[in-house]
Design a binder for this molecule. Sequence first.
Ligand code: NDP
Length: 246
Amino acid sequence: MTLQGKTGLITGASRGIGRAIALAFAREGANVAVIYAGSQQAAQHVCAQAAEYGVQARAYQCDVADFDQVKETVQAVQKDLGGVDILVNNAGITRDGLVYTMKEADFDAVLDTNLKGAFHLIKHCYPIFVKKRAGKIINISSVSGLMGNGGQANYSASKAGLIGLTKSVARELAGRGICCNAIAPGFIDTDMTAKIDKDDNQLVGMIPLKRMGRPEDVANLAVFLAGSGADYITGEVIRVDGGLAM
Ligand code: NDP
């Protein structure tokens, strides 16, 4: 129970990687705030599963791209669960296309959710962490942010931006005992990658460990980064990609 008595706020926790992180945190004894955009039932189900570990779990609908909604949500989590010790910026979307045909709205939507959303959460949790002189921030980036990806200029830019945000926040808050790190997953089997053929030999052939990742592969690292075992790690970007981007 490495996170006993802590409270984790996880965005995009109704499905996929965020869901796995919320459940792993609950298993380790943390109360969890499950933030979602539209999947209310799924979010409630995650809360019910988390509560089976004997922790408090609450779902909050919040568009992370909306500054005021994030402010209100962080206030609600603080009131309901007594604070925030671990923030996981995981909510993310794709609007893929070649730059030539990409609509401005699709570029903006991806940046607003994936990058600005993380800024909103960090900004509104900042005073909570600073007051406690403790806190862990984990941003879910992507190998696309490290390597780039044709057809994903908006997504890759948002994920590369998250790395700059991570390192800047890490430097800004290190003196207050707050750590900020990023995880860069490779191909993880979730709704986001549902269109990818998991038996595609070409895809699997690019991955040295010869399989797509599972949400739990990412959650295991998030648990480590959230716990005291990672107290001397900040500003780091760690890949969970089966060796894809090494
Ligand atoms: P999913 O598409 O499975 O889930 C996305 C989650 O984000 C959902 O919970 C969704 O909520 C939430 N969400 C989307 N937009 C918003 C918003 N505006 N406000 C609040 N919540 C929102 O994605 P994954 O689990 O695959 O991905 C999670 C993160 O990991 C993303 O940041 C993604 O970019 C990153 N990643 C994923 C990889 C992969 O291969 N799957 C690889 C590398 C990085 P709702 O259910 O309510 O719509």
